[in-house]
Design a binder for this molecule. Structure first.
Ligand code: ACO
Length: 333
């Protein structure tokens, strides 16, 4: 098995910003409640005519540029999203086409906010076995399109964006050291978009009942998240033969500052090792981790050999984490 690393990153968020004060005009909420309960100050919202494939394309383009990889060299485009352009065809096919990734296989993966971690773990198998040389993994979402803008308990939480990474073989001992993925479908009802699938096809009734929008039992998701984020981080470090003291950078899913704080406390690491951007973007689901990673890389927060842990949870329920020994130097081969 070859070692597999992230040799380029990119991200994109739409220009339009919706602040907490703007939200005060839409639902019965206030800036102070949102900041103290979540840490979110503003989020970016895609215009009506901008689908998630556009965000994914922009992020993918930047990642390819960063990795200095031509679109034709990509063997697989994998898009993690719960807000695809269509039920089918897959958003990954649309993105591969726009990028000019003519030689790539393409498919979507759905694991909610854990999507990027699932994507990296999946894609890395192709590279590790030598089946594929270069894979583009993108986490992209336009949650704004499936929110009930009259439900203050959900519409304040989410934002739109996309983040991408190019995976390639790297020097032995670098790149992905371990990962852990998990799921518990019995918690599926805690966070879902009930209608529009084969269980509850679209009808006048489903529209009237708002069943095409995000439905969430926030408190239950919160309790699960606080428990699982710490647990899975500890497990994945153990798998890599490392401890919390080895962590140089933690890139957690950006859902709620209190959830991140609990995970950081459980791990017992210094807060300055944690990447936080949820104040600017809210919860971008599958895009949260890759956007945060890209911003950390561009800000110079990762050096060759650093240990980075990415950890997330999401609808499914799903959870996952991975440990990388950082290098952006790819090996052809
Ligand atoms: N503004 C003002 N008040 C509000 C708002 C709001 N936006 N939303 C709820 N409230 C009120 C409630 O009505 C309630 O009032 P009451 O006491 O009179 O009944 C009060 O505030 C407290 O509400 P809670 O729901 O108990 O608030 P809580 O502290 O649990 O915070 C939150 C809610 C932020 C949603 C929290 O539970 C949370 O972050 N949960 C996790 C959600 C999450 O991470 N989801 C993403 C999953 S990832 C994926 O795959 C997409």
């Amino acid at each position: 098995m070859w070692s597999v690393g992230i040799v380029g990153t990119g991200s994109y968020v739409p220009e339009n910003i919706l602040t907490n004060v703007d939200l005060e005009k839409i639902v019965d909420t206030n800036d102070e409640w949102i900041i103290t309960r979540t840490g979110i100050k503003e989020r970016h919202i895609a215009p009506k005519d901008m689908p998630v494939s556009e965000l994914c394309y922009q992020a993918g383009l930047r990642a390819l540029e960063d990795a200095q990889v031509a679109p034709e060299e990509i063997d697989l485009v994998l898009v993690a999203t719960i807000t695809p352009d269509y039920a089918f065809p897959a958003t990954a096919c649309l993105v591969a086409d726009r990028l000019g990734a003519k030689n790539a296989a393409a498919f979507d993966l759905e694991a909610g906010c854990t999507g990027f971690i699932y994507g990296v773990a999946t894609a890395s198998q192709f590279v590790a076995t030598g089946m594929y040389k270069k894979v583009l993994v993108i986490g992209g979402e336009t949650l704004s399109k499936i929110l009930n803008w009259e439900d203050r308990s959900t519409c304040i939480l989410f934002g739109d964006g996309a983040g991408a990474a190019v995976l390639q073989r790297v020097e032995e001992g670098f790149g992905l050291l371990s990962f852990e993925l998990g799921s518990d479908g019995s918690g599926g009802k805690l966070l879902s978009q009930p209608a529009g699938g084969s269980k509850l096809p679209a009808s006048l009734e489903t529209i009237e009942k708002n069943l095409h929008t995000v439905q969430m039992e926030g408190k239950e998701v919160y309790k699960f998240a606080v428990r699982i984020m710490g647990e899975v981080s500890v497990n994945v470090l153990e798998k890599a033969g490392l401890t919390k003291d080895d962590i140089d950078l933690l890139v957690p899913h950006q859902a709620n500052m209190r959830i991140v704080d609990a995970a950081v406390k459980r791990l017992g690491i210094s807060p300055d090792k944690v990447v936080i951007n949820l104040d600017k973007y809210g919860n971008m689901s599958a895009a949260s981790i890759p956007v945060a990673l890209d911003e950390a890389v561009k800000a110079g927060r990762l050096a060759e050999g650093d240990i980075v842990v990415m950890v997330g949870f999401g609808t499914g329920l799903t959870w996952g984490a991975c440990v990388l020994k950082w290098t952006k130097v790819g090996i052809q081969g």
